[in-house]
Design a protein around this ligand. Structure first.
Ligand code: FE2
Length: 163
């Protein structure tokens, strides 16, 4: 499966709220994509993927709210001006619905894109976790750890489908 390259975050964050903004942006992009693939997946794996994507976007939607409200609890605004960045992130991925005609390949491309974004969220959540640890913000650290666990489980499931 092709490895997808995505630009890393531009600069190191110095605040936990700033680090969580990256987690929130990445999670939002992943939510959008997972919900879109829930609607548009086709082919022999339809039922299992349609169902799995629904479970995942439902969890992600709840997580977005939790991450955003943690940012507000840290006295920062949640995504005050990041809409373009979220759409750009989704736009860096190849669109499976325009690329291949074979339905199996479309589903595999969807899974590859989701894996790339889950990996990205794990990376941004790990940065938030380390910064929260350094700054003794245990609540944010707990949230980051919980998010890493969810995304690592999702990665295991998605990778198992295409093995
Ligand atoms: Fe649905």
């Amino acid at each position: 499966m092709a490895k997808l390259s995505m630009k890393p975050a531009a600069k190191a964050e110095t605040s936990v709220a700033g680090a969580l903004q990256h987690v929130l942006k990445d999670t939002y992009a992943l939510y959008l994509l997972t919900h879109n693939y829930h609607w548009n997946v086709e082919g022999p794996k339809f039922v299992s993927l349609h169902t799995l994507f629904e479970q995942q976007y439902t969890e992600l939607f709840a997580a977005i709210d939790e991450i955003a409200e943690r940012i507000r609890a840290l006295d920062a605004y949640a995504l005050p001006n990041h809409y373009d960045e979220i759409l750009q992130l989704v736009g860096t991925l190849s669109n499976p619905l325009n690329k291949e005609r074979n339905k199996d390949l479309v589903a595999d491309r969807m899974i590859a894109n989701l894996i790339a974004l889950h990996e990205r969220v794990v990376s941004s959540a790990q940065k938030a976790k380390h910064l929260a640890d350094e700054l003794s913000d245990e609540e944010s650290q707990d949230l980051a750890i919980a998010r890493i666990q969810v995304h690592q489980k999702a990665l295991w499931m998605l990778r198992s489908i295409v093995k």
